[in-house]
Unconditional design. Structure first.
Length: 374
């Protein structure tokens, strides 16, 4: 058999490459003759650049750029193996995980660092961009990103306003002097996994502000900031505009022809998973928790959709599995043939999680072995 192992990371635990290695080793211990191809994946959030760099023999390029608080940090961007496509990850310059809880304040965080990273990639010679916007700490509508590329907000006296959502309220004009290197960009693909509008009860501030440190009293103010930002840009909200604190709006301002697509679809395409599926007999995928949310654009749903199109069955091995998950598989029921949990309760220790993953994979491999032997 030819097995494709395509797992996501387990949040708070092993990353996707380690999950893939663990499943592969456990599977070989039971079925050593099987051919195994490992393609660790991501759904467009934290770690996506690393996954794409590995999958395409790409290279990391370090730089210093403003972090979420505006002070310079050490970060990087990735040039894929094609030598022309750059991957810039918002989580590497404005990531929520960079900040301790006491410093989280989406009204003051900036996306300027992502704009600086984009500029660095273009200066290096990149002509195509993949932008991933998951895991952000900001709610500035991508204004910081746009400012770094020549789209600056100024107040009534012509002074540039401070970075961050709250600074937008002081702006009266958007001054546009696009950086000349932007003309070199041929395509921009943006990984967006939610369809929220920028403002309103389902907007960036209302839905995602609290998890970024916004208090209930801050939500209305942040929403006003985004309303004002839209008015200054002359753009209208669109599905997905509320992702990552509105960062897609700033991207759309700078790159009007940017395309927005599910992160997992973008990653699977870049990793050429369809090509591997042509020769595969079985797909094993994995993530930290498998529940109904998983089937709404996350990594496993993307893998399952590709496998279904190729007529290849899927086995899911997850850290934890929602009760009665089989009843909610819907359209995926025909392709996801088995779901295996590594544990019935949360496990924090990574070594224990790896051990549980190994045991669960061995259980599944033995079941497959018994099935094939009839």
């Amino acid at each position: 058999m030819h097995i494709l192992i395509a797992p996501d990371s387990h949040k708070g635990g092993p990353d996707a490459p380690l999950v893939a290695e663990t499943i592969a080793a456990a599977w070989r211990s039971i079925r050593p003759a099987d051919v195994i191809t490992c393609i660790p994946i991501a759904d467009g959030g934290d770690g996506t650049a690393d996954i794409l760099a590995t999958a395409t023999a790409g290279k990391h390029y370090p730089l210093r750029a403003p972090g979420p608080l505006g002070t310079d940090i050490a970060t990087d961007w990735v040039l894929l193996g094609d030598g022309k496509t750059a991957v810039i990850e918002l989580a590497r310059t404005s990531g929520l995980a960079m900040l301790p809880p006491q410093l989280r304040n989406p009204g003051k965080m900036t996306t300027r660092g992502m704009g600086i990273a984009i500029l660095a990639a273009i200066e290096h010679g990149a002509t195509d961009l993949i932008l991933t916007v998951g895991g952000s700490s900001s709610n500035d509508g991508g204004a910081g990103l746009a400012a770094a590329l020549g789209y600056r907000l100024t107040n009534a006296t012509g002074d540039v306003v401070p970075d961050g959502a709250l600074g937008i309220l002081a702006a009266s004009q958007l001054q546009i002097t696009p950086h000349p290197l932007l003309e070199n960009i041929k395509s921009v693909r943006v990984a967006v996994d939610v369809q929220n509008p920028l403002t309103g009860p389902n907007g960036a501030a209302a839905i995602y502000g609290p998890q970024k440190g916004a208090r209930s009293a801050d939500i209305a103010t942040l929403d006003r900031c985004m309303q004002h930002w839209l008015a200054l840009t002359g753009l209208e909200s669109f599905p997905g505009a509320g992702a990552a604190g509105g960062t897609p709006v700033g991207i759309k301002l700078v790159f009007p022809n940017a395309t927005f697509e599910p992160g997992i679809s973008l990653v699977l395409d870049a990793c050429c998973v369809d090509n591997v599926l042509r020769d595969a007999d079985l797909v094993i995928t994995s993530e930290g928790r498998f529940d109904r949310q998983t089937l709404m654009g996350k990594a496993i749903s993307g893998v399952a959709a590709c496998a279904a199109a190729a007529g290849v069955p899927v086995i899911v091995i997850a850290g934890m599995v929602e009760a009665n998950i089989n009843a909610t598989l819907g359209d995926y029921k025909s392709v996801i043939r088995h779901v295996e949990a590594t544990s019935e309760r949360p496990v924090d220790d990574i070594d224990a999680r790896i051990s549980n993953l190994t045991a669960a994979t061995c259980r599944v491999a033995r079941q497959v072995e018994a099935l094939l032997q009839g």
